[in-house]
Design a protein around this ligand. Structure first.
Ligand SMILES: [Ca+2]
Ligand SMILES: [Ca+2]
Length: 168
């Protein structure tokens, strides 16, 4: 194998190792056990999201095995119609909020996903079992659709199994 190929292989190996140790964890909104309408959206992760109306909420558990810093990296959402506002809490403590903007295109914008960006600042968590909750604090009659929530965990030893609370 020529040196350039070796370099490419090494680079690919490094990318693989990095993604194995990924510290971003995705919670799909549609994994909720709550009985909200799940919409087919070709641009959504898992091609599905959840429609929420005013005063509705999503709540998910995630686990950590060490004290570590966590930040809500992004919420992916869509809106077609009036503006909406959502607040996110971790373990009952408000992390922050985001808003959708009022815009409409004959329901086409439900498939046009937007990023909230970071919600609030880094939180130090020491609980083994944590709860993240998204509340729709205001909405028009058609509400908002939530695709997924991405969480960044500072400690690289938190694996996918640990995060999903799949302990042996
Ligand atoms: Ca709306
Ligand atoms: Ca999704």
């Amino acid at each position: 194998m020529s040196p350039p190929h070796t370099c490419v292989c090494l680079l690919l190996a490094m990318v693989a190792v990095k993604s194995c140790g990924a510290r971003f964890f995705r919670i799909e909104a549609e994994s909720t056990k709550a009985n909200y309408p799940k919409e087919d959206r070709s641009n959504a992760s898992n091609k599905t999201d959840v429609r929420l109306l005013h005063n509705e909420m999503l709540s998910f558990k995630f686990c950590l095995n060490v004290e570590t810093n966590v930040i809500i990296e992004n919420v992916m959402f869509s809106n077609d119609g009036g503006a909406d506002k959502c607040a996110l809490h971790i373990n009952g403590i408000k992390a922050g909020e985001f808003e959708s903007t009022a815009e409409s295109n004959y329901s086409q914008l439900w498939n046009n996903f937007k990023s909230s960006g970071n919600i609030g600042s880094t939180m130090a968590l020491d609980y083994e079992c944590n709860t993240i909750t998204l509340f729709v604090t205001s909405a028009d009659d058609n509400g908002i659709e939530i695709d997924h929530i991405d969480i960044f965990v500072e400690d690289a030893k938190v694996t996918e199994d640990i995060f999903r609370c799949n302990f042996d």
